[in-house]
Design a protein. Sequence first.
Length: 112
Amino acid sequence: MDCIFCSISKKEASADIVFEDEEIIAFKDIAPQAPVHILILPKKHIAKISDLSEENQMLTGKIINRARILAKEQGTSDSGYRLVFNSGDDGGQIVDHIHLHLIGGKKLGSIG
């Protein structure tokens, strides 16, 4: 398996890491869509959202909670931010390793 996010998690590839613990890692996106654009992901390789199982509930909750904390640390908590999981080709997922985008720091257009 040749996964760039696994390589970052194992410190085999570099990234601007803003948070890390034993289960998850968060780093700045290399092609940011806003002043704040952080990717938060599990260190365990899970390709896409549809590959999650019941046993991953706590892990996904931890990822979302970390996004909330990072948004506050980055100063976007009060003004607002967007959390996005892309899943699969049609969903716009580029790297086959689940990751949550925390995007903020500017007014974002509505979707939906």
